[in-house]
Design a binder for this molecule. Structure first.
Ligand SMILES: [Ca+2]
Length: 193
């Protein structure tokens, strides 16, 4: 007695090869995660990671760098059409950022009433620096998730006309990141700076 012909199993669909494209496009960073760094050594500013604007734009600078060849520098706002005049450079952390400390180096050669340098996190003032005429390391705590860190150069904040003469050595603000921009607090993902 013959049994019924065995049913042929469904043939699995042919595997479609998922070969990646030969060259992946360059990664455009629009936010920064904990393991990434920014030392401005591309010589291009702003890049995709940064925005700058207001009454003037921060620019790449190779005159006075904390390390390497480049830092960024606040603009000269003395000729701004109205005061106070503000120029801001901003960077955002990525959604999956776990929280940590932003480490950076600044030289805030500013002096009220002419100018001040203020750092905001999500619009809340975190730090104000004045009369810091040598490179100085600072740390800014950044909470978990997506946050905007704004570096704000503010000129004639009290709209004093005319402004008293500034000391001749006033240079504005230079900003340079450490090798490690954002260092996590967590044990497992600690990034060495
Ligand atoms: Ca640099």
């Amino acid at each position: 007695m013959s049994t019924s012909a065995p049913t042929t199993p469904d043939t699995p669909p042919p595997k479609t090869a998922t070969t990646p494209p030969p060259t992946s496009p360059p990664k455009t960073r629009t936010c920064i995660s904990a393991t990434e760094t920014e030392n401005f050594e591309s010589g291009v500013f702003p890049n995709s990671l940064w925005k700058t604007g207001g009454d003037g734009a921060w620019e790449i600078d190779k005159g006075d760098t904390y390390e390497g060849r480049y830092s960024i520098k606040s603009p000269d706002l003395t000729e701004a059409p109205s005061f106070p005049a503000v120029s801001t450079a901003t960077i955002v952390t990525c959604d999956n950022y776990l929280g940590g400390t932003m480490k950076l180096n600044v030289k805030a050669s500013v002096l009220p009433p002419a100018d001040v340098f203020v750092i905001y996190v999500d619009g809340v003032k975190e730090m104000q620096l004045i009369d810091v005429n040598d490179w100085t390391s600072i740390e800014v705590d950044v909470p978990e998730g997506r946050h905007e860190i704004a570096f704000s150069y503010q000129y004639n904040v009290f709209n004093v006309i005319p402004l008293p003469p500034s000391p001749p050595n006033r240079e504005g603000v230079y900003l340079a990141m450490s090798k490690c921009l954002l260092c996590l607090h967590g044990f497992h993902e600690m990034v060495r700076c």
